[in-house]
Design a protein around this ligand. Structure first.
Ligand code: MRU
Length: 358
């Protein structure tokens, strides 16, 4: 997708300089900075610091992390240790371990002379595949938006939470892909963007990328969705996911569950968009999903531009107060109208997912 009219992906390999390039998302929307990752340690730090984030992009970055590990040291022990550290860098998005396992499986079948070429090819394939899958998610989700538009014949208001846009994937996004496809098709859409405290991925990233693609959008505080739904100002919700269980339960950014409850109470369709790399086929009980708890400073401090256009961080809580920062919650399948995947739209259930993917 575009930034200032120029096409980008969120991650790519620079053949000439033999480095991995990323857009540093901690600096958006105020600064657009492309950063080099030169070692596997750099990729681990980029994932931990959320310079890259969003389940599919974390997976793509981990795949390139393995490439950088191979470039540093052909030793299989080093690659194994790097893989373990990559997997530990963030706990909730399953794409991370999925990508690391896929890379390791591939590398276990080749002799050491081919290691780098094969690693690079596989990392590129993981990223290209994600682009294709997200494009298909868009085409499948477009049919749902079209159906609502054919009845309403007016602007479709879509609410989204966090950033499940192209910045969270390699391109297109998951939740935003149907929106980008609707715009291409000439369907008028407007997006309610949940601010998504504490990291403000909605305000800082979703609104930013929608602006760059000329999609009308309005940022709302995280608690506003309910009243908008009661007033009939939301036609549908589409969110992403970091891990979807085969039962159809969906883990996503903290606050998603409350939005699903409000949508359910107001009979508003609540869709979750995901590539199959985000499905966890093993865990059956959502209480077993590792939920990331991040530094409480993300809540107590806020960052923005000061009057001199410098980025500044300030404390907004009482100095003596404690804060707790859980990053994800789980929306049970019964609140999910459907899962929009690269293979089609299915019911959020074992049966629905099995029909599409097994
Ligand atoms: O903590 P983040 O910013 O990595 O969380 C991202 C989300 O929760 C996204 O909605 C999710 O990864 C889906 S991304 C297509």
């Amino acid at each position: 997708m575009k930034i200032e009219g120029k096409e980008y992906r969120t991650i790519w390999f620079d053949e000439k300089n033999q480095v991995v390039k990323i857009i540093d998302q901690t600096k958006l929307p105020h600064q657009f900075i492309i950063k080099d990752l030169k070692t596997v340690k750099d990729t681990i730090n980029a994932i931990k610091a959320m310079e890259v984030r969003g389940a599919p992009l974390i997976g793509g970055t981990a795949a390139y992390g393995i490439v950088l590990a191979v470039m540093e040291n052909y030793d299989l022990e080093f690659i194994k240790k790097s893989s373990e550290e990559l997997i530990k860098s963030r706990p909730t998005a399953i794409n991370l371990q999925w990508a690391v396992h896929r890379m390791n499986n591939k590398l276990s079948m080749v002799n050491s002379n081919d290691l780098l070429n094969i690693a690079l090819k596989e990392a590129k394939e993981i990223c290209d595949e994600d682009v294709k899958f997200c494009e298909n998610i868009g085409l499948n989700g477009l049919k749902i938006i079209e159906e609502i538009y054919n009845k309403k014949k007016d602007t479709i208001n879509i609410l989204t939470h966090c950033n499940a846009g192209w910045l969270a994937t390699i391109n297109w996004g998951t939740a935003t892909s149907p929106i980008y496809h609707a715009k291409k098709k000439g369907i008028p859409v407007h997006v309610w963007v949940d601010e998504t405290r504490p990291r403000n991925q909605g305000a800082n990233l979703t609104s930013y990328e929608l602006n760059e693609e000329q999609i009308p959008n309005t940022i709302i505080a995280d608690n506003t969705g309910g009243i908008l739904m009661q007033r009939g100002e939301v036609d549908m919700c589409i969110v992403g996911t970091d891990r979807t269980l085969s039962t159809g339960d969906v883990t996503n950014k903290i606050g998603t569950y409350l939005k699903a409850l409000a949508a359910h109470d107001n009979n508003i369709p609540f869709y979750v968009a995901l590539p199959s790399s985000t499905i966890d086929w093993d865990i059956k009980d959502f209480k077993e999903i590792p939920i990331e708890e991040r530094n409480s400073e993300e809540l107590s401090h806020i960052e923005g531009l000061d009057e001199n256009n410098n980025i500044k961080k300030v404390l907004i809580y009482p100095k003596k107060s404690k804060a707790m920062n859980l990053a994800f919650d789980v929306t049970p399948a019964n609140y999910v109208t459907g899962l929009i995947t690269e293979k089609g739209v299915c019911e959020a259930s074992e049966e629905g997912l099995t029909k599409l993917f097994k």
